[in-house]
Design a protein around this ligand. Structure first.
Ligand code: ZN
Length: 351
């Protein structure tokens, strides 16, 4: 493998692209630009799947665009600056993202970008640094950012992107102007999704994506249907005793576990709603046509909600620590059987 430079830029940067739900944030920026009051540091906060990356790409392209200088903040797409952006070689744009196989942003990467902000610009315009995801900065990297925030240089713009603002130092947060990207309403998201996908979309897909249209679109190519069917089969077989927790844990633990946990969360909530409503034994996935496996009756509603909690905790742990996935899934599955189908649980554990 070729040796990478310490400050290697990521391979593919998001292209500038505005989505309908970005319009309010864009209006605020355009207004600040025209009033000559663009802040030197902006914290863009928005959930994953809302296109904050392409939003930041638009913002940097617009700030650097030659046509914006004495006019409206926009991306003309035709000037020399826009051409450099398209080629991925604009000398005054520094995009810091985790290097391959890494999740954190190192102090060297961030310091290099901050240093470039303090120097003279190559094209006599703005200098822009984008840090993404800002909550993944190491403490040393965050301190570099803090220094830049305390002593901003003229004509520089630092953009921090995050889906988890609480993961940033309060001192960093308080020195940035916050710009929130809110998601669209369900109706707006569904309309956008159908248009982009060019076909009918099940509302369950948007629910699975946590309301984030870009994530839903990513799964609309059949991945969601496949997941849906596989999860139903696993659970049906497990409740019927045709498979065991070890086998299911091996399957789930090694493939798309986070997606499976999101699906399970929705399934458990759907089961609980069915149980509370006292309706029949056919459990329907929210908004979807699939009939999901229903464990033994009557449903233990409080046990179901404990399983929802357990599912969310496991998902959080997976994001933060290196768990032994199969073992973690196996104990989750045993808890599920104990809660919903005690006669199928593998062993009665001593208390
Ligand atoms: Zn331009």
């Amino acid at each position: 493998m070729a040796k990478k430079e310490e400050t290697a830029e990521p391979r593919t940067l998001p292209s500038p692209r505005l989505l309908p739900w970005h319009s309010e944030a864009i209006a605020q920026l355009k207004h600040a630009w025209t009033a000559n009051r663009l802040p030197h540091a902006i914290l863009v906060q928005g959930a994953e799947g809302l296109g904050t990356g392409s939003f930041a790409a638009w913002l940097s392209a617009a700030v650097l665009c030659d046509k914006s200088v004495d006019g409206v903040l926009d991306v003309c797409g035709a000037c020399a600056s826009c051409a450099l952006i398209k080629a991925g070689s604009h000398p005054d744009l520094h995009w810091v993202a985790p290097e391959e196989d890494k999740t954190q942003l190192s102090v060297d990467q961030v310091r290099a970008a901050c240093e470039k902000l303090s120097k003279t610009s190559f094209r006599q315009g703005y200098k822009v640094a984008i840090i993404e995801p800002a909550h993944q900065m190491t403490p040393g990297a965050a301190n570099s950012v803090l220094k830049t925030l305390e002593e901003p240089s003229k004509g520089s713009l630092l953009v921090l992107l995050t889906s988890r603002p609480s993961g940033l130092l309060p001192t960093v947060r308080s020195r940035c102007q916050k710009l929130s990207i809110a998601g669209p309403s369900t109706a707006e998201a569904m309309a956008w999704l159908q248009k982009e996908a060019g076909k009918a979309i099940a509302p369950a897909l948007l629910e699975f994506a946590g309301g984030a249209p870009l994530k839903a679109l990513e799964y609309a190519d059949g991945r969601f249907d496949e997941l849906n069917q596989h999860m139903q089969k696993s659970l049906r077989d497990l409740f019927a005793g045709d498979t065991d927790v070890t086998q299911v844990a091996a399957e789930w633990g090694n493939d798309a576990l986070i997606d499976r946990l999101i699906w399970l969360d929705l399934w458990l909530c759907s089961l609980a709603r069915t149980g509370i409503a006292g309706t029949d034994d056919r459990v329907t996935f929210p908004g979807g046509p699939a009939h999901l496996p229903s464990p033994s009756r009557p449903l233990n509603i409080s046990a179901l909600y404990s399983m929802v909690d357990r599912t969310r905790t496991l998902k959080m742990q997976l994001a933060r620590t290196a768990l032994q996935r199969e073992l973690a899934v196996e104990s989750w599955l045993i808890a599920l059987l104990e809660a919903l189908a005690p006669n199928k649980a593998p062993v009665a554990r001593a208390s």
